[in-house]
Design a binder for this molecule. Structure first.
Ligand SMILES: Nc1ncnc2c1ncn2[C@@H]1O[C@H](COP(=O)(O)OP(=O)(O)OP(=O)(O)O)[C@@H](O)[C@H]1O
Ligand SMILES: O=P(O)(O)OC[C@H]1O[C@H](OP(=O)(O)OP(=O)(O)O)[C@H](O)[C@@H]1O
Ligand SMILES: [Mg+2]
Length: 287
């Protein structure tokens, strides 16, 4: 029996943990937890899970302790520019931004020259400032960065922003978006061929889950004299399925579309006489 297993790093606790386990579950991979354990295996896929701190994962990938990981793009930007990003996973969306006190004036990045900036992302910030030709005084802190201006520790901060709530509560305003980030599948630079074969299988499953998450199956009834116009609005996987209804002059159309596209065209569909529009989730989608 082939005992080869792919080692994946997942954040032990925090923003990425739950969605990472959920996407594996949706891909049909059951992890035998024990969440108190730092290591777990799967009974139905050749994978071993290591629960680690997000910030430590790039080094583990580099050292080959793990083969792949789910982690934020922002962490790769900060600590892992030698690590390959394979898939974007669509969760933990955020941005790394610069913010200053609400009351401070801001005319552009040059206003930060010579200022004290508190951050947990010094490499990302240094690269950004260098590109802009700005020199500033960086204060590296590991958490609660947004409090720094209020306690007189810094003039500005560079940290993760998502809803903007934390900035708002601390009387700060976002002035520059340095990068956008979401969770990605990261791959160790020296992954073995045998493990890459397992990774290909995992990627195939993850892609099916991701495609399904953003797509909807839609069914609608259409008068035959408007069929062509309605079909033109509905790009299907190949082309929509059209079936005659028992009532003469009417057909049922089935197709798959991106959810956001559906909301764009719903009004047009109705104006063309579409009726009985049903939208259903898709569990897996193999293209
Ligand atoms: N408010 C947020 N909204 C959405 N995504 C976020 C948010 N904060 C962080 N993230 C993303 O989730 C990742 C993990 O963040 P989290 O705060 O859970 O861990 P951490 O404290 O950065 O790392 P560690 O696991 O090393 O303690 C970040 O690197 C970022 O990509
Ligand atoms: O724009 P918002 O939606 O308010 O999110 C941004 C906040 O979320 C993150 O902190 P987190 O809650 O992960 O705490 P941490 O510092 O303990 O990681 C980040 O460091 C910000 O402080
Ligand atoms: Mg955090």
């Amino acid at each position: 029996m082939n005992k080869e297993k792919l080692r994946i790093a997942i954040q032990k606790a925090g923003r990425l943990n739950e969605d990472s386990l959920k996407i594996l579950k949706d891909a049909g991979i059951s992890i035998d937890n024990g969440k108190e354990q730092l290591k777990a295996t799967s009974s139905n896929f050749p994978i071993e899970v290591l629960y680690l701190r997000n910030g430590d994962i790039p080094q583990y990938l580099r050292d080959g302790v793990v083969d792949i990981a789910f982690l934020g793009e922002n962490v790769l930007e900060e600590k892992g520019d030698d690590i390959v990003q394979s898939l974007k996973l669509g969760f933990s969306k955020c941005r790394v931004s610069l913010a200053i006190p609400k009351s401070a004036k801001y005319n552009g990045i040059e206003d930060l020259a010579g200022k004290r900036i508190a951050t947990s992302y010094p490499n990302t910030l240094n690269t950004f400032l260098k590109k802009k030709g700005i020199t500033a005084d960086l204060h590296i802190i590991n958490g609660s960065v947004e409090i720094a201006p209020n306690i007189g520790l810094a003039d500005a901060i560079c940290d993760i922003v998502s809803s903007g709530n934390t900035l708002f509560k601390n009387n700060l305003k976002e002035v520059e978006v340095m990068m956008k980030s979401e969770a990605v599948l990261a791959v160790a630079p020296n992954i073995s061929e045998a493990r890459r074969t397992i990774l290909n299988k995992l990627e195939f499953r993850l892609k099916s889950v991701l495609n399904a998450r953003t797509s909807k199956y839609i069914l609608l009834n259409a008068p035959d004299d408007k069929l062509e116009e309605i079909i033109n609005l509905l790009p299907g996987m190949r082309s929509p399925t059209v079936l005659p209804l028992a009532e003469k002059g009417w057909s049922s159309i089935h197709t798959v579309i991106q959810e956001d596209r559906f909301w764009e065209i719903i009004q047009e569909l109705k104006e063309l006489g579409a009726e009985g529009i049903l939208v259903a989730p898709i569990e897996k989608m193999v293209l």
